[in-house]
Design a protein around this ligand. Structure first.
Ligand code: PAF
Length: 285
């Protein structure tokens, strides 16, 4: 597995692979954007990419512009050696690990504004977060020119922002969304789970339990957003260390609240468990 550090190297690698494929039918280059501290969720994205693309690039970049001034940029888990070993064992072709200066050259002043989507759900409690995400993902897609880029449904609002950005900028990359991967006890995998004490981790299970409860109600035919939200709130309130940030029933494309759930409606929760902010969701069928 090659490790690339510059945008020029990544672009050259991608173009070479495309050229060498001689116009083969089907996707040649897949990109899995990550911030590292890789876990089973990232592995599922790599596997999805490898299943449909000739070559998979994995980017590993803790993007400073998507963290607020009081957020966890400095202490975000970094595990470069372990990430390289895992990526290599999963058959990643290249790992792109740029410096901050490479992604944001001195004086960089151009950003991608996520519009209204940028201030909904996580964007409401984390102002500027989706501007940072849209900017770095646009940079990665422009650099790697992948046929497909793979994102996890766990970050469902991010998915909405990235889909809209790729559409609005008329990027050629297809955005592929892969299902949430959970631990055996139901907790959605996240690099931030590493922050949880064992007591907090036990209480964090109320997030996935609230999602399961809502899915059960939806399966029984309940469609009223107010009822689904109340049911999730009841589950979450059983854990004293859990402080709800939002519980939302929204259209997945616009992130606007809906009163009555329809197919493809997103049910999403965000909550603080101690000092750690976690998210979880389900797309209601
Ligand atoms: O989901 C993430 O890990 C990040 O938000 C992403 C998409 C890699 C952009 O930094």
């Amino acid at each position: 597995m090659e490790i690339l550090r510059t945008v020029a190297e990544l672009r050259e690698w991608s173009r070479q692979k495309r050229k060498a494929s001689g116009g083969a039918v089907g996707p040649v280059v897949g990109l899995v954007p990550t911030m590292g501290a890789l876990h089973g969720g990232h592995v599922s994205l790599v596997r999805a990419s490898r299943a449909s693309c000739g070559f998979t690039a994995l980017s590993l970049f803790v993007n400073p512009t998507q963290f607020g001034p009081k957020e966890d940029f400095a202490r975000y888990p970094r595990a470069f050696a372990a990430d390289c070993a895992l990526a290599e064992s999963e058959g990643v072709s290249v790992l792109f690990a740029p410096s901050v200066e490479e992604m944001y050259p001195a004086g960089a002043a151009t950003f991608v504004d996520a519009g209204d989507l940028g201030s909904r759900l996580d964007g409401q409690s984390r102002p500027g977060h989706f501007r940072g995400v849209a900017t770095v993902v646009a940079k990665l897609l422009i650099a790697a020119e992948p046929d497909r880029a793979f994102f996890g449904q766990k970050d469902a609002a991010q998915v909405a922002v990235v889909r809209r950005m790729a559409r609005d900028l008329r990027l050629a990359t297809e955005i592929v969304v892969c299902p949430i991967v959970r631990d055996a006890d139901g907790l959605a995998l996240s690099s931030r789970n590493a922050y949880l004490s064992s007591e907090e981790r036990a209480q964090a299970l109320t997030l996935s339990r609230s999602i399961r409860r809502v899915e059960e109600l939806a399966a029984e035919g309940e469609r009223r957003a107010s009822v689904l939200i109340a049911a999730a709130r009841e589950v979450l309130s059983s854990a004293p260390a859990v402080r709800v940030d939002y519980i939302a029933v929204v259209d997945w494309a616009t992130l606007e609240p809906v009163e009555v759930a329809a197919p493809e409606t997103l049910f999403a929760v965000a909550a603080w468990v101690g000092a750690t902010r976690l998210i979880d969701n389900a797309v209601l069928q």
